[in-house]
Design a protein around this ligand. Structure first.
Ligand code: S3P
Length: 171
Protein backbone atom coordinates (compact mmCIF):
# COMPACT_ATOMS: atom_id res chain seq x y z
CA UNK A 1 0.00 0.00 0.00
CA UNK A 2 0.96 3.64 -0.21
CA UNK A 3 0.37 4.76 3.27
CA UNK A 4 2.29 6.92 5.71
CA UNK A 5 1.08 7.31 9.28
CA UNK A 6 2.42 10.26 11.27
CA UNK A 7 2.60 9.87 15.03
CA UNK A 8 4.08 11.91 17.86
CA UNK A 9 3.18 14.02 20.85
CA UNK A 10 0.85 17.01 20.67
CA UNK A 11 2.61 19.90 18.94
CA UNK A 12 4.95 17.62 16.97
CA UNK A 13 3.74 19.07 13.66
CA UNK A 14 1.89 15.98 12.41
CA UNK A 15 -0.94 17.91 10.73
CA UNK A 16 1.36 20.49 9.10
CA UNK A 17 3.80 17.88 7.81
CA UNK A 18 0.88 15.67 6.75
CA UNK A 19 -0.47 18.38 4.45
CA UNK A 20 2.89 18.92 2.75
CA UNK A 21 3.51 15.19 2.39
CA UNK A 22 0.07 14.58 0.93
CA UNK A 23 0.79 17.16 -1.77
CA UNK A 24 4.25 15.80 -2.50
CA UNK A 25 3.03 12.22 -2.87
CA UNK A 26 -0.35 13.11 -4.40
CA UNK A 27 -2.15 11.11 -1.74
CA UNK A 28 -5.26 12.07 0.24
CA UNK A 29 -4.68 13.42 3.73
CA UNK A 30 -6.67 11.83 6.52
CA UNK A 31 -6.36 13.77 9.76
CA UNK A 32 -7.96 11.50 12.36
CA UNK A 33 -9.01 14.31 14.74
CA UNK A 34 -10.41 16.43 11.90
CA UNK A 35 -12.36 13.47 10.54
CA UNK A 36 -13.86 12.70 13.95
CA UNK A 37 -14.88 16.32 14.41
CA UNK A 38 -16.44 16.70 10.99
CA UNK A 39 -18.20 13.35 11.00
CA UNK A 40 -19.76 13.97 14.42
CA UNK A 41 -20.06 17.76 14.09
CA UNK A 42 -18.50 18.23 17.48
CA UNK A 43 -15.12 19.46 18.75
CA UNK A 44 -12.57 17.26 20.52
CA UNK A 45 -13.03 19.46 23.59
CA UNK A 46 -16.78 18.77 23.59
CA UNK A 47 -16.28 15.03 23.16
CA UNK A 48 -13.92 14.93 26.15
CA UNK A 49 -16.22 17.16 28.24
CA UNK A 50 -19.53 15.50 27.41
CA UNK A 51 -18.64 11.89 26.76
CA UNK A 52 -15.23 11.48 28.38
CA UNK A 53 -11.85 10.31 27.14
CA UNK A 54 -12.82 6.61 26.70
CA UNK A 55 -15.55 7.64 24.24
CA UNK A 56 -13.04 9.74 22.32
CA UNK A 57 -10.60 6.82 22.21
CA UNK A 58 -13.33 4.60 20.76
CA UNK A 59 -14.05 7.10 17.97
CA UNK A 60 -10.32 7.49 17.40
CA UNK A 61 -9.92 3.72 17.06
CA UNK A 62 -12.81 3.49 14.59
CA UNK A 63 -11.41 6.30 12.50
CA UNK A 64 -7.89 4.82 12.46
CA UNK A 65 -9.28 1.44 11.41
CA UNK A 66 -11.14 3.07 8.54
CA UNK A 67 -8.22 5.28 7.52
CA UNK A 68 -5.87 2.33 7.29
CA UNK A 69 -7.98 0.73 4.57
CA UNK A 70 -6.80 3.23 1.97
CA UNK A 71 -3.71 4.72 0.44
CA UNK A 72 -3.24 7.98 2.32
CA UNK A 73 -1.15 10.19 4.52
CA UNK A 74 -2.68 9.64 7.95
CA UNK A 75 -2.10 12.22 10.64
CA UNK A 76 -2.95 10.85 14.09
CA UNK A 77 -3.66 12.37 17.49
CA UNK A 78 -0.91 12.13 20.08
CA UNK A 79 -2.71 9.45 22.07
CA UNK A 80 -3.21 7.00 19.21
CA UNK A 81 -0.46 4.73 20.52
CA UNK A 82 -2.12 4.27 23.92
CA UNK A 83 -4.34 1.37 22.93
CA UNK A 84 -2.97 -2.12 22.29
CA UNK A 85 -5.42 -2.47 19.41
CA UNK A 86 -4.20 0.71 17.75
CA UNK A 87 -0.57 -0.29 18.17
CA UNK A 88 -1.30 -3.65 16.55
CA UNK A 89 -2.90 -1.87 13.63
CA UNK A 90 0.04 0.51 13.34
CA UNK A 91 2.51 -2.37 13.40
CA UNK A 92 0.74 -3.76 10.34
CA UNK A 93 0.57 -0.39 8.57
CA UNK A 94 2.72 0.44 5.57
CA UNK A 95 5.04 3.10 7.02
CA UNK A 96 4.78 4.69 10.46
CA UNK A 97 6.79 7.79 11.30
CA UNK A 98 7.37 9.11 14.81
CA UNK A 99 7.94 12.87 14.79
CA UNK A 100 10.03 13.31 17.90
CA UNK A 101 10.17 16.76 19.47
CA UNK A 102 11.91 18.04 22.57
CA UNK A 103 9.87 19.46 25.46
CA UNK A 104 11.06 23.00 24.67
CA UNK A 105 9.66 22.71 21.16
CA UNK A 106 6.30 21.18 21.96
CA UNK A 107 5.75 23.37 25.02
CA UNK A 108 6.39 26.50 22.95
CA UNK A 109 3.92 25.31 20.32
CA UNK A 110 1.29 24.30 22.86
CA UNK A 111 1.50 27.54 24.84
CA UNK A 112 -1.94 29.13 25.12
CA UNK A 113 -3.66 26.21 23.38
CA UNK A 114 -7.27 25.73 24.40
CA UNK A 115 -8.20 22.91 22.03
CA UNK A 116 -6.39 20.00 23.66
CA UNK A 117 -8.24 18.81 26.76
CA UNK A 118 -5.37 16.74 28.14
CA UNK A 119 -3.06 19.71 28.65
CA UNK A 120 -5.52 22.23 30.07
CA UNK A 121 -4.58 23.28 33.60
CA UNK A 122 -1.47 21.10 33.48
CA UNK A 123 1.94 22.31 34.55
CA UNK A 124 5.00 22.20 32.30
CA UNK A 125 6.33 19.22 34.23
CA UNK A 126 3.06 17.34 33.99
CA UNK A 127 2.95 17.79 30.22
CA UNK A 128 6.57 16.64 29.91
CA UNK A 129 5.77 13.60 32.09
CA UNK A 130 2.79 12.78 29.86
CA UNK A 131 5.05 12.86 26.82
CA UNK A 132 7.72 10.75 28.53
CA UNK A 133 5.15 8.15 29.53
CA UNK A 134 4.42 7.67 25.83
CA UNK A 135 7.87 7.81 24.25
CA UNK A 136 8.46 4.05 24.30
CA UNK A 137 5.05 3.45 22.75
CA UNK A 138 5.71 5.84 19.86
CA UNK A 139 9.08 4.20 19.31
CA UNK A 140 7.70 0.67 19.47
CA UNK A 141 5.54 1.06 16.35
CA UNK A 142 7.71 3.40 14.28
CA UNK A 143 9.50 2.41 11.08
CA UNK A 144 11.18 5.80 11.13
CA UNK A 145 11.97 8.09 14.06
CA UNK A 146 12.74 11.68 13.05
CA UNK A 147 14.09 14.24 15.49
CA UNK A 148 12.39 17.34 14.18
CA UNK A 149 13.54 20.23 16.38
CA UNK A 150 16.06 21.59 13.87
CA UNK A 151 13.98 20.92 10.76
CA UNK A 152 11.28 22.90 8.95
CA UNK A 153 8.03 21.10 8.05
CA UNK A 154 9.17 21.08 4.41
CA UNK A 155 12.50 19.44 5.34
CA UNK A 156 10.69 16.88 7.48
CA UNK A 157 8.35 16.03 4.61
CA UNK A 158 11.29 15.65 2.18
CA UNK A 159 13.07 13.28 4.56
CA UNK A 160 9.96 11.19 5.11
CA UNK A 161 9.29 10.99 1.39
CA UNK A 162 12.85 9.84 0.70
CA UNK A 163 12.78 7.23 3.47
CA UNK A 164 9.40 5.96 2.29
CA UNK A 165 10.54 5.60 -1.31
CA UNK A 166 13.80 3.91 -0.29
CA UNK A 167 11.85 1.43 1.81
CA UNK A 168 9.50 0.75 -1.10
CA UNK A 169 12.47 0.03 -3.39
CA UNK A 170 14.01 -2.36 -0.86
CA UNK A 171 10.86 -4.31 -0.08
C1 S3P B 1 -4.42 13.88 22.24
C2 S3P B 1 -3.90 14.60 21.17
C3 S3P B 1 -4.72 15.43 20.30
C4 S3P B 1 -6.16 14.93 20.28
C5 S3P B 1 -6.70 14.80 21.67
C6 S3P B 1 -5.87 13.84 22.53
C7 S3P B 1 -3.50 13.09 23.08
O1 S3P B 1 -4.20 15.45 18.97
O2 S3P B 1 -6.24 13.69 19.62
O3 S3P B 1 -6.73 16.07 22.25
O4 S3P B 1 -3.96 12.22 23.84
O5 S3P B 1 -2.26 13.31 22.98
P1 S3P B 1 -2.84 16.21 18.55
O6 S3P B 1 -1.70 15.30 18.87
O7 S3P B 1 -2.99 16.40 17.08
O8 S3P B 1 -2.79 17.48 19.30
Amino acid sequence: MNQIVLTGFMGAGKSTVGKILAEKLALPLVDIDTEIQSEHQVSITEIFANLGEPAFRKLEHQMLTRALLQDAIISTGGGIILSDDNRMKLEAADFVVYLKTSPDTFLARLKGDTTRPLIQEKSRDEIIALCESRTKLYESVAHLILETDELTPEEIAVQIKQAFQTRKELL
